[in-house]
Design a protein around this ligand. Sequence first.
Ligand code: KIV
Ligand code: ZN
Length: 387
Amino acid sequence: MSEKLIIFDTTLRDGEQAPGFSMNVEEKVKMALQLERLGVDVIEAGFPISSPGDFEAVRKVAEAVKNPAVAGLCRANRKDIEVGWDALQYAKRPRIHTFIATSNIHMKYKLKKEPEEVIEIARDAVKFAKNLCDDVEFSAEDATRTDLDFLCKIVEVVIDAGATTVNIPDTVGYTVPMEFEKIISTLLNKVPNIDKAIISVHCHNDLGLAVANSIAAVNAGARQVECTINGIGERAGNASLEEVVMALNVRKDVFDFVKTEINTKEIYRTSRLLTSITGVEVQPNKAIVGKNAFAHEAGIHQDGVLKERTTYEIMTPESVGIPSNKLVLGKHSGRHALMQRLKDLGYDLSREELEIIYAKFKELADKKKEVYDEDLEAIVENQMSRV
Ligand code: KIV
Ligand code: ZN
């Protein structure tokens, strides 16, 4: 029997913290409703104390969605938590998410506090939050650069204080899969009350490892992954939701011990909604949702895909809500793809005609990045009018 993997989406909080990605109230509500259709379990709607607009956005999202839990981020102090609760309280399933940094670097230079003080602040914050809300998540910021014994200690304390989810963020994208797997197994083996909480992970992408690290953590026993649509987020971004979910789906044979409730057919629509709201496109080669993710240009690949699509496609575009794959015609394309496209455009050409068109097509393809249908039509019409 596979266990449920909770998908915690933080597009509206960590995602929008990235430069150029902020969203207004209306945009956040629109995005939240689409995230609900996508089937995420938790929507982190914002950081209520950070601005009146964000407070309002969290409140409106809390009122708008029905199925997912709605979380709001609060630093580990009573004021943040009170304000957070004011925004969250009307949600069907509110969650207070409170955090404090636990690494020596952060405690010494940023917080200027001793480790024991940090433990007491975390304990007090979680207890205070628990009096307001049953569902409390605690995050140990910069957990992957935190002394592991200290991390075990603070995790035990916050679970005793009432945290039902304990999040282990790789705040600066510093860890690597083997190490992260070990951190999660150590917590699961050493923290005596760990079975009272879900272990969550939250990976940043500074070394391009956010998805790999999240998956390694799931392998070790984490049962919540925090991620964002298109992988947006601070600096190099967060783990991309679509990549985590599709890695687990496509490789069900490896990950048969977990399952998510994501409706993968809504992935592309969600990605497009985000790019239309923020005005920031994903790179063409972005896994799953990029313009080239299901496009084939090389002749050998096009020939393979035309014969049997699984030769070069490990998932179908339809499975993520993209209507079809794309055979792009360019200088690497071969006769098979050209013939297919000409057929699709309604031309029934003889072998000789095709050879002439193919030569003209190659000539043009060497001068352009992509040969479009209109270009092909022009070549064919031009050629036909000569005979
Ligand atoms: O990256 C991080 O540590 C965070 C926490 C606040 C969860 O975003
Ligand atoms: Zn983060």
